[in-house]
Design a protein around this ligand. Structure first.
Ligand SMILES: [Zn+2]
Length: 166
């Protein structure tokens, strides 16, 4: 294959069960991919900024997808007092997802309610990272020019379904 011409930039979680090509049945050359713990788009991250700029300026992708998933260890870790040198710092850019959800639901009591809260935070984290992505200058410019659309997706590991996060 001469060169690459992907139409989508996929920002996903590093979780070994959330492989984007498997989830979407995409073939080689279709997705430009970056993955990290918790599918996070930090406000200031050179690695992610370079991926985003490259995909918009040189690959002319028409869509950016941020994909979260069920049973996400990063999201669960938001409730844990971690002492690792880097993970808690990295997760700082996802903490608002938890704050947003906890401010609008009662404190969960049953196992079912706890699971529902995790699910809500996983969804909210996708929305939060879309918000972060919109602050990147290359994304702002491409949006203004109508060159790209941004979508949040959620992958359910148990059912294998991919749904739009609205
Ligand atoms: Zn994850």
């Amino acid at each position: 294959m001469a060169g690459q011409n992907p139409s989508v930039l996929w920002i996903g979680c590093s979780d070994s069960r959330s492989d984007p090509e498997r989830i979407t049945n995409a073939g080689p050359g279709e997705l430009f991919v970056t993955r990290n713990v918790g599918n996070i788009v930090p406000y200031h991250d050179w690695s992610l900024a370079a991926v985003v700029e490259y995909s918009l300026t040189y690959l002319n992708v028409q869509e950016i997808i941020i994909c979260g998933h069920s049973d996400c260890g990063a999201i669960k870790s938001l409730d844990t007092d971690l002492h690792d040198p880097y993970i808690p710092l990295w997760l700082n850019d996802a903490r608002d997802a938890k704050t947003r959800v906890d401010s609008r639901i009662p404190v969960p009591k049953t196992q079912k309610e706890i699971k529902e809260r995790d699910h809500e935070i996983e969804l909210e984290n996708v929305r939060l990272q879309v918000d972060h992505l919109m602050t990147y200058p290359s994304v702002k410019k491409a949006m203004e020019e109508g060159r790209v659309r941004i979508n949040g997706l959620y992958f359910d590991l148990a059912t294998g379904t991919l749904s739009l996060v609205t």
